[in-house]
Write a protein that binds this ligand. Sequence first.
Ligand code: OOG
Ligand code: MG
Length: 258
Amino acid sequence: MEHNSKIAALAKRVDQAARSAQPIQQLSADCAFDLTDAYAIQEASIRRREDRGESVIGVKLGFTSKAKMEQMGVHDMIWGRLTDAMHVADGAQLSMTNLIHPRAEPEICFRVCKPINRVISRAELPGFIDGVASAIEVIDSRYEHFKFSLEDVIADNCSSAAFVVGPWQDPATHIKRLDISLLINGQVVHAGSTDAILGDPWESVIAAARLASQYGFTIPEGGYLLAGAATPATYLQPDQTVQVKVAGMPGCSFSTIS
Ligand code: OOG
Ligand code: MG
């Protein structure tokens, strides 16, 4: 098959799996592809969403913590796109019907106030970010048993399904080493520290800028930047309240419905 039609066919497979909430075999099971192809498949799958009216409103990083890399058996940082259809308001409900086997994880989110498309230094960070917040990411791998290679998960837009962001805080808020926990129905299921995210969540902004420059994309003004989970993720069930608490800043939550 010609290269571009192979990319398009694989993008269609992950996109249809997401739309129908039907898991598929790993794409790499019957077709070898490299990291460049994986990002091309991701981009083509997002273009399908854009053709249906969704718009990209941010970027997420994945595997920025050892906890996540160990849980999923992978070895490198990844990035994916967030669309407006994935955004769930703080305190709102999330229907499980359109999801396969969703998991939630505690994160920190940044708000971008100037488009990011080039490498930026630590000193430049204040010029690009005007808010920080607690966040919850819902990931839902389109692959059976939530199992994948690095290339597979990138092609599947890094398992992105939904995200909730807490109230924006001043970007001068201390966030480097804060207790962060994920609670289900009021019970802590995972607890850790924000320094699990690359030693300091701000490093995720620097990393995202480097990736934006490397892959030629722009994180838009007003966009969301999810730094990556600080702890492993946990499977969700219907009728749960899911909450993230971060010491020293407001938390956020949502509830699942069937
Ligand atoms: C991939 C997404 C990883 C994170 O925060 O590390 C991620 C997955 O675990 O399915 O979002
Ligand atoms: Mg995540």
